[in-house]
Design a protein around this ligand. Sequence first.
Ligand code: NAD
Ligand code: UDP
Ligand code: UDP
Length: 336
Amino acid sequence: HISSKPPPTPSPLRSAKFFQANMRILVTGGAGFIGSHLVDKLMENEKNEVIVADNYFTGSKDNLKKWIGHPRFELIRHDVTEPLLIEVDQIYHLACPASPIFYKYNPVKTIKTNVIGTLNMLGLAKRVGARILLTSTSEVYGDPLIHPQDESYWGNVNPIGVRSCYDEGKRVAETLMFDYHRQHGIEIRIARIFNTYGPRMNIDDGRVVSNFIAQAIRSEPLTVQAPGTQTRSFCYVSDMVDGLIRLMEGDNTGPINIGNPGEFTMLELAETVKELINPAVEIIMVENTPDDPRQRKPDITKAKELLGWEPKIKLKDGLPLMEDDFRTRLEVPRKN
Ligand code: NAD
Ligand code: UDP
Ligand code: UDP
């Protein structure tokens, strides 16, 4: 029996070239610390074309120098508080200063970046039908009243404090993501990132790991902010990037905590840095800043179950990798 149906005619749009089309990925904030490591990973896949949009507030072209001029890479100086008209398949929306000294420097700009910036990226996602991932933060849990924090916890956040531009900003960003999802059917992903460290962190950004490592290398006292018993959980940046990509590629909207559950007091962290980098250095207690969360540790059950993800790099192994990068940038070689 011969089918009476005519053979399918290949449409020009369905040519091999069309089907092998690259995945075009926008990374906002891609010149920053986590963003540039994410770009490195995405660029490893030859099917990916990566576009970075960044205003260089806390990021730098230097973080992307190995990709500038690459045919699958494009860098745009752009502020996400302004509309952006491009064609993409996926958006990793990271643009936002992450370190307290930078986000408190211009709090109005920080909240605009979180609210108007996220609105614009959602408008873009809606127009082109792209999937969008927001890097939210553990700060949405504020000074948490439950420990460890799982995603169902609504948080304990001061709406009028000096950190509010950041943590309330991210909370609104999450709300916008879900409203666009429910109202317009946008495919969304929300990662709640816990403290992340690694090479390319700004040396003087005031965050604890970068401070302690720079201080130890410069043989300056390690400044533990009182009381020193407050805790954090630190995730190495390659683990973070792996988690973000799994979340983007998977089927779950989140929010999903991505972080390392290993919990340390700031005094323990100072002792560890001292032991690994400079046993001669002094540890001193200094005044803290307002609204400093007393404890923070992710419950990563969801990430394990839904993404098959958990961090691999222990703090003791990650710190020396960061030390190498800081020594190169500070031009202080290791003593033998
Ligand atoms: P980062 O400051 O190194 O990177 C942020 C990038 O965004 C920078 O390149 C900066 O220039 C850019 N940017 C800021 N405002 C912008 C604007 N209006 N328009 C365009 N670009 C803008 O910070 P990071 O540590 O890489 O953080 C990346 C993301 O992860 C942020 O959204 C942050 O809130 C989130 N996050 C980070 C941590 C962490 O521990 N590093 C923890 C929780 C959440
Ligand atoms: N937007 C953008 N790029 C686009 C589409 C929209 O930056 O490709 C911005 C747009 O300027 C607006 C925001 O995203 O400020 C929200 O867009 P949406 O279409 O959802 O809302 P509206 O324009 O109707 O307010
Ligand atoms: N911290 C510290 N010494 C420093 C910088 C920070 O002891 O030089 C403490 C700070 O009080 C906080 C913790 O380290 O309890 C983490 O601070 P960071 O600013 O790195 O991140 P976040 O507060 O956003 O978690």
